[in-house]
Design a protein around this ligand. Structure first.
Ligand SMILES: Nc1ncnc2c1ncn2[C@@H]1O[C@H](COP(=O)(O)OS(=O)(=O)O)[C@@H](OP(=O)(O)O)[C@H]1O
Ligand SMILES: Nc1ncnc2c1ncn2[C@@H]1O[C@H](COP(=O)(O)OP(=O)(O)O)[C@@H](O)[C@H]1O
Length: 195
């Protein structure tokens, strides 16, 4: 089917949309265990960008797994499809000129590689929120680690499903030693030159 779909060349380009917004679009990808601090830091970075007049959008579990991807489970195949769809949505948003922030466990290295392929390596910044599992489990903000330990969740990342850490992330943050404000400063420092 796909071979019969022929792309139409529209008049307004990605570059023109980006110039109108006076910003360079990109994807800031937050990966890490549940409870590591991805959403908290992504939220704070989005606020910092917003205050500087940057047009953003934050993709995370609430607006994706409850909507677009509400037919997907946490099996390896469904996680791969989850991340693929998110990457395609992020790519459209990049095309629209936005700075996109995405906060997903995204435990598989190959899935994250695929995100880079889809959006383009130059548009991608990987933030590894590398908080030790002991700390994530102590926080247990949603009570999910307790459920997973009790055997009530069968493939919970870090407990009974793998997390493949990035080899060379662009930014790495351990929230046991870096505060939210410090994390924002580090991230803003790295992306300031790119936007
Ligand atoms: N089995 C299992 N493993 C990991 N996480 C689970 C699971 N079941 C539910 N949850 C909750 O769903 C959030 C992770 O969804 P993601 O879409 O980010 O996961 S993935 O990227 O497809 O692996 C994750 O949210 P965060 O805590 O924000 O990371 C969990 O709260
Ligand atoms: N330095 C920090 N950075 C980010 N979150 C932190 C930090 N210190 C404590 N926390 C707390 O850890 C929890 C992280 O939860 P959340 O951001 O939802 O993680 P995730 O999105 O990775 O599941 C929040 O309750 C947050 O207040």
């Amino acid at each position: 089917m796909e071979e019969n779909v022929i792309r139409h060349d529209f008049s307004i380009s990605k570059i023109q949309r980006s110039e109108l917004k006076k910003q360079k679009p990109m994807l800031l990808w937050f990966t890490g265990l549940s409870g590591s601090g991805k959403s908290t830091i992504a939220d704070a970075v989005e606020m910092a960008l917003f205050e500087r007049g940057i047009h953003t959008y934050l993709l995370d579990g609430d607006n994706v797994r409850k909507g677009l991807n509400n037919n997907l489970s946490f099996s390896p195949e469904d996680r791969t499809e989850n991340i693929r769809r998110i990457a395609e949505v992020a790519n459209l948003m990049i095309d629209a000129g936005l700075v996109v922030l995405a906060s997903f466990v995204s435990p598989y290295r190959e899935d994250r590689e695929n995100v880079k392929r889809i959006v383009g390596y130059n548009n991608f910044v990987e933030v590894f929120v590398n908080t030790p599992i002991e700390e994530c489990e102590k926080r247990d903000t949603k009570g999910l680690y307790a459920k997973a330990r009790a055997g009530e969740i069968k493939n919970f990342t870090g407990v009974n499903a793998p997390y493949e850490a990035p080899m060379i992330p662009d930014i790495e943050i351990d929230t046991t030693v870096v505060s939210v404000d410090e994390a924002v400063l580090v991230i803003m420092g790295v992306i300031a030159k790119k936007i």
